[in-house]
Design a protein around this ligand. Structure first.
Ligand code: ADP
Ligand code: MG
Length: 246
């Protein structure tokens, strides 16, 4: 067994008197899709915020690729190989599709190039082209990101996250507000991502969760209720009661 790409150990945080995340542990395997599910307010986004360095946990640990990152600033977590998308769209609407990608890919340039003209940033440029092709955005490369359809914006956002070549990608409800077709497209796209990256996903659409996930972590009221392969988790009586409401 190779070392998990992400390990969360006994992590806790409180807002006032509320234990929003209360002693959660799990790990994410390499090149797999690990999905966190749970009702609204279960603590999923807060968990992501602690993993990505936006919030400092009260207790517990976060390890990325075996390296302790607990409470590290977001830029250090990013440098350690973690990239994330947000529940709300996070693009430069006034820049084009290609420019959004190019900005994100610029981190691939070695520091030694920092004082050289950016138009010679060959790696960033090649990565931009690769992402445009792979995410079927090449025909929209000069369109302003703000003018894209909602589905295309969410797709571009995933491409932007991937342009920095992370080891692990956190996606918080990437299909939220999407049409049926866009949801299906996003599902196959996310599945294809595992060739390069490990994915930690928050997803509401239970059909998609069952179809995509290698491993599911169920949260309820800040705690981990269950975890395991999707079919087993779904059959768990406690999960049925708390999450599926029967
Ligand atoms: P989920 O993503 O599972 O819907 P969240 O992680 O957003 O849940 O929220 C978990 C709980 O923590 C909720 O009760 C929410 O109201 C609360 N919460 C989240 N962020 C904050 C914050 N910054 N300040 C106070 N309470 C918060
Ligand atoms: Mg959330």
């Amino acid at each position: 067994m190779s070392r998990p790409v992400l390990e969360v150990r006994d992590i806790c945080i409180a807002f006032g008197g509320l234990r929003a995340v209360d002693g959660v542990s799990f790990s994410a395997a390499r090149h797999a899709i690990t999905t966190v599910i749970g009702p609204n307010g279960a603590g999923k986004s807060t968990l992501f915020n602690m993993i990505s360095g936006a919030l400092r946990p009260l207790e517990g640990q976060v390890l990325i690729d075996g390296v302790e990152m607990t409470g590290a600033a977001p830029e250090r977590v990013k440098a350690a190989g973690l990239s994330r998308s947000f529940q709300i769209t996070n693009l430069f609407f006034e820049l084009t599709v290609a420019e959004n990608l190019r900005l994100a890919a610029q981190v691939l340039e070695p520091a030694a190039r920092a004082l050289l003209p950016i138009r010679r940033s060959t790696r960033a440029r090649a990565k931009t082209e690769e992402m445009l092709e792979r995410f079927q955005l090449a025909h929209r490369r000069d369109e302003l990101a703000g003018n894209l359809s909602h589905g295309d914006q969410r797709r571009l956002e995933i491409a932007v996250c991937l342009a920095s070549e992370p080891k692990i990608l956190l996606l918080d409800e990437p299909t939220q507000g999407m049409s049926h077709q866009d949801t299906a497209d996003t599902a196959s796209l996310v599945r294809a991502l595992t060739a390069d990256v490990s994915v930690l996903l928050i997803e509401h659409d239970i059909g998609l969760v069952m179809e995509l996930s290698d491993h599911v972590v169920v949260m309820h009221q800040g705690r981990k209720l269950a975890e395991g392969p999707p079919a087993l988790v779904r059959a768990d009586p406690e999960v049925q009661a708390a999450y599926f409401g029967h």
